[in-house]
Design a protein around this ligand. Structure first.
Ligand SMILES: [Zn+2]
Length: 60
């Protein structure tokens, strides 16, 4: 067990990931990061991801 290594699970897709971006100490994998950056505001998927991002506040 590595005490410093806790699970790195993507906030959006809940998949374990090694690389990704960290937002407010939560991890988003590269795949979802790409999704987010490519999403238009009018895209309904944006709402889904926004809802996931809201979890960040609850996390703390
Ligand atoms: Zn993801």
């Amino acid at each position: 067990m590595n005490g410093k290594n806790h699970d790195t699970v993507c906030l959006v897709c809940n998949q374990r990931t090694v690389k990704g971006i960290t937002i407010f100490s939560s991890l988003i994998c590269q795949h979802c990061e790409k999704d987010i950056t490519e999403i238009n505001l009018s895209n309904q998927q944006y709402d889904d991801i926004l809802n996931q991002l809201k979890k960040i506040e609850i996390y703390k």
